[in-house]
Design a protein around this ligand. Structure first.
Ligand SMILES: [Zn+2]
Length: 268
């Protein structure tokens, strides 16, 4: 499932290939894919004639600013794209990352859930076999916590608060911290030496320092390696897997509703 690193890679493709191009038509035949009351006709009316002006990201949400029409300086709506479990952004046939990673590489026209055709003949598609992504206009950006890549100590303290929820659940709650999914969270907690099931609000100050350092380090290192699946823990995420640090057999539990691997020896 795409986490912030995969969504950031999609954002970079949009920035490199899609900006400044005029929208000639919109293909939005899958009504279920359009959220918050958006209709096929409505999204076409809102976007045709505009250009894509900037590609932003908060957490796992892609945000594309659009220009005014003609000489109008008033900006157009923000096009929000969510990749869901298996979505990819494809611009002129190009997308980011390993095409086999989260989804089949076979081609099926039905997987093209939403498209923007540019006046220059190119296109932008949301390709999504599992259909769990979404398109909306002017998404409520206040519903996300701070992005994990720019999280600071104050933001972390605010996100954790006095929560008695498991640490892992709090870290993956997009309204508290945006962008962390299952793999990044298991990896960073393993690096920080913290038990995913601990009550988040009970962390000592020194543990919060270690947690923030691990969030930054994990995002930076795995981003450089090429994605959420490139963590040191990844190869051990299987029954019988052992901790790469101390060789202990990993615990496999459900924490925060997700399958979770952690080390019973050094994660406390
Ligand atoms: Zn260990």
């Amino acid at each position: 499932m795409p986490e912030l690193l995969e969504v950031e890679a999609a954002r970079a493709v949009l920035e490199a290939r899609a900006l400044g191009r005029k929208i000639a038509s919109v293909v939005a035949n899958d009504a279920w894919y359009l959220k918050r009351g958006l209709t096929s006709a409505g999204v076409g009316d809102a976007l045709v004639g505009r250009k894509l002006a900037a590609a932003r990201r908060t957490g796992k949400q892609l945000l594309i600013d659009t220009s005014g029409i003609g000489r109008s300086r008033a900006a157009g709506p923000v096009l929000g794209l969510h990749l869901g479990m298996s979505g990819r952004v494809v611009v002129d046939g190009k997308s980011a990352g390993d095409p086999l990673l989260y989804t089949s590489n076979a081609e099926n026209p039905a997987w093209l859930r939403f498209g923007v055709c540019f006046a220059d003949g190119g296109s932008l598609w949301m390709r999504d076999p599992r259909r769990l992504g979404a398109v909306e206009l002017d998404p409520d950006e206040s519903r996300f916590g701070p992005d994990a890549t720019v999280l600071d100590r104050r933001g972390l303290d605010r996100a954790i608060g006095r929560s008695r929820a498991p640490l892992k659940a709090v870290l993956m709650d997009q309204s508290r911290i945006a962008g962390l999914g299952n793999l990044l969270t298991d990896e960073l907690l393993w690096r920080a030496g913290l038990d995913p099931a601990r009550a988040a609000g009970g962390l000592e100050p020194s543990e919060r320092v270690a947690l923030l350092r691990a969030i930054r380090q994990t995002v930076r290192v795995l981003g450089r390696r090429g994605g959420s699946h490139t963590g040191d823990l990844q190869a051990s995420r299987a029954p019988g897997g052992v901790c790469p640090r101390d060789g202990a057999e990993l615990l496999r539990r459900t924490v925060g509703g997700r399958t979770t691997y952690s080390c019973p020896v050094h994660q406390r």
